[in-house]
Design a protein around this ligand. Structure first.
Ligand code: AMP
Ligand code: ZN
Ligand code: FE
Ligand code: FE
Length: 289
């Protein structure tokens, strides 16, 4: 039997992806996925276009959003699934996060200029063409202008946390991120847990803490993880009574090695995981747990 696969993590032109929501959904349908989630950073703007395209293409659509929470030493991203995208609280908070980007991004441009690069905020904002301007847009312009040869090099040498052009931005706490998603009727999942940059014991402790705050699941099946790491996070999730999810984190040309649905070629996120997520969301809405 052919396994039905899904992709629960992707970005569009509404944040730092290069495919429009409709194009992305069509790509998922041509990769024979049974369902696709759009999880743009700090915005739900692409969801209505994505849903309409999914209805046409006959693929199930899962509304999502990705929120970057305050965290050290690495990064903590919380995915919100099945959120009500008209929720007022959610939209107000996302608007605040977009304003924080507007405050941060000219400072990144200034750092790059100090480092001798002809990179202006206006050019980067133009390239992004939306309100969610992010570091991948800077990286892309740096490649285009010949300052680096790849997006990866732009991050490694300049844009990554700790690198010379990195600028902090205001974020929500993990607790507020999870509460916001829950209040909008959604399911909260810790994205790519390895990016927290914690050792095994601290990872476990941190996930336990997040569970106490209401976390519902862990993204164990992720493009950049090998099979044993995927198993390890999936087992950890099961042990802790959390959902297991997975996705490619497709960004189109902004992460050129990652394909939708297939990741680096070996990604397989079974449809059954989405069924468990939907069941969990339905239980929470009925107030069962
Ligand atoms: P920002 O929203 O501006 O903080 O940028 C976050 C985006 O940058 C996410 O899509 C990340 O996947 C991407 N990103 C973060 N670190 C790296 C890296 N080292 N290489 C490539 N992309 C990265
Ligand atoms: Zn991104
Ligand atoms: Fe992320
Ligand atoms: Fe992402």
């Amino acid at each position: 039997m052919i396994r039905r696969l899904v992709d629960l993590h992707s970005h569009t032109t509404c944040s730092d992806g290069s495919a429009t929501p409709a194009e992305l959904v069509r790509l998922a349908a041509s990769a024979a996925a049974a369902a696709i989630a759009i999880t743009d950073h700090d915005t739900v703007e692409g969801l209505s276009e994505g849903r309409a395209a999914a209805d046409k293409a006959g693929i199930e659509f899962i509304p999502g959003v990705e929120i970057s929470a305050e965290f050290e030493p690495g990064t903590m991203h919380i995915l919100g699934y099945l959120v009500d995208e008209s929720d007022k609280n959610l939209n107000a908070a996302l608007e605040g996060l977009r304003l924080a980007r507007r405050e941060r991004n000219p400072r990144i441009a200034a750092r790059l200029q100090d480092l001798g690069m002809d990179i202006s905020y206006d050019e980067v904002a133009n390239l992004a063409g939306n309100e969610v301007v992010g570091r991948p847009h800077f990286a892309s312009l740096m490649v285009r202008k010949g300052y680096v040869t790849s997006i990866k090099e732009a991050f490694d040498r300049f844009l990554a946390k700790g690198a010379p052009a990195y600028v902090e931005k205001e974020r929500l706490s993990p607790s507020d991120s999870i509460a916001l998603i829950h209040k909008a009727g959604g399911v909260a999942v810790l994205a790519h847990p390895y990016q927290m940059k914690l050792n095994d014991d601290d990872t476990k402790d941190q996930i336990g803490h997040l569970k106490d705050l209401g976390l519902d699941g862990i993204e164990a099946i992720y493009s950049r993880l090998g099979p044993s790491e995927r198993d390890r996070y999936a087992n950890l999730a099961r042990e802790m009574g959390l959902l297991v999810t997975g996705g490619s984190d497709f960004h189109g040309t902004f992460k050129p090695d990652i394909s939708l649905v297939n990741g680096l070629g070996d990604l397989e996120v079974p449809y059954e995981l989405l069924l468990e997520m939907k069941a969990s969301a339905a239980r929470s809405r009925r107030g069962v747990d």
